[in-house]
Structure formats: C-alpha cells, structure tokens
Write a protein that binds this ligand. Sequence first.
Ligand code: PGA
Length: 250
Amino acid sequence: MRTPIIAGNWKMYKTRLETSAFFDALIPQIQDIEHCAIVVAPPYTALSTAVVEAEGTRVAISAQDVHWEDQGAFTGEVSVPMLLEIGCTYTIIGHSERRQYFSETDETVEKKTRAAVAGGLKAIVCVGETLAERDAGQALEVVRRQVRNGLGRLTGPDLSHIIVAYEPVWAIGTGRTATPEIAAEMHAEIRKTFAETYNEVAAEALRILYGGSVKPDNIAALMKEEDIDGALVGSVSLDPASFAAIIKYQ
Ligand code: PGA
C-alpha cells in the first residue's frame, strides 16, 4: 500500500504574513485527514514560518529547490543542512520552471537528489515532457531519460526517500490537465523505468505524483488511476479552501 501524498508548490508566492494566514485557514479543515500525507512548499523566506505554523499537524514542509553542496561560495543558494536546521523534511527538485528558466539539467537534478537524500530530506523529483516533445512523439522517451539520469546513482534505502512527480510542461499553469489516461500511461512508464534502473520492490513502493492544473474537480478522477499516488498542486494550492478540497479528494 502506497500512502498518497498531496503536495502544494507555492512557487514565488506568499509573504510570511500570508503564510500564517494560509495555515490558520487550512489546519482546521484537515484535522481528521488520515488517508494521505500533506506537504506544503513555500518560498525560502516563508519556510520557518510554515514550519512553526505546521507544528503538531500532519503537514510537512518542503523547499522548492536545494543545492548539492553543504556550504560554499554559491551566491543565492541554500543547502540541505540549512533546510534541515529549520525543520524542512522535503524538497522539490528539477521542477520544469527551474529546467526552463534557470538552466537545471538532468545532471544537476541528479546531484541535488543525491545530496538531499544523503542528508535526510525526502526529494520530490519532477519530470515531464514539453508540448513540442509530446507532439513529436517523444514524451515517453524524454521522461524515461529524466528518470534514469536525474535519479542516478542511488541505492538501497535511499530509494524510499524519492518521490517522482510527473508534470507535463504543457499542463502546468495552463488550465489544461493531462487526462487520467495520459497521466496513467506516463506513470506506468515511470514505474517501469524505475524498476529497470533499480529494482521491482523499490518501484512498487515508489510514490508517483501527478502535477499540472490539478483542481478540486479533477483530482478524484486522477486518483482513481492505479499508478497515480498523489498530486503536486501549483496555483490552486495557494487557496486554503481549494487545497483542502483537493486533500479531501476521496
Ligand atoms: P499548476 O502547477 O498546478 O499551477 O499547473 C503545478 C506545478 O507547477 O507544480
């Protein structure tokens, strides 16, 4: 049994004040939730506030990115020990916006993933094809490559700290969701590639989240698919009522 994960990626939204208001509104709505894990990924400046607000609740706090070195002359970067110190337990890695606007590659994704897991964070590693790649019939191949190269040299127990998020670039922030059938096909392929790269047992336990225009009215259909183990929610996760509705998809 894979415990589903509903994660919210806030991107570059919300101040600390807005973060507190969000948790004040969200927490009472999710008190009784037991069927899934809940993760919220605010921007760096609001992480400490989120950790304090989420204390004693079922919500885990995630960063949106991390550097692979523990410290060094890397202006603007934040390391795994720094995130652990303030109480973060997850980080997103390789989001398509980082790949598209900040030169993230499979190679940097792999280094970050290895560092995050070695340091004790859970890593939500994002993969997904662009519209041009899908139209060219390359979607499966692109995602296979991202899984093989982006997760790289992980072994044994490290694999249980990996979560993969399938986020087709053409569905992010566009209001255009992948159909449950398309998502299911891609998720099955990701699990197969993971099994080939590592092993069957780890692949069976791997949580694969879907991301891209997830909303309260499409989450239930997505979650019915065998290989969809949760969601990485962008814009809709900024609103506590809508995020709570997604969490209560059952
Ligand atoms: P969206 O973003 O839900 O706003 O499409 C998803 C994501 O980028 O993680």
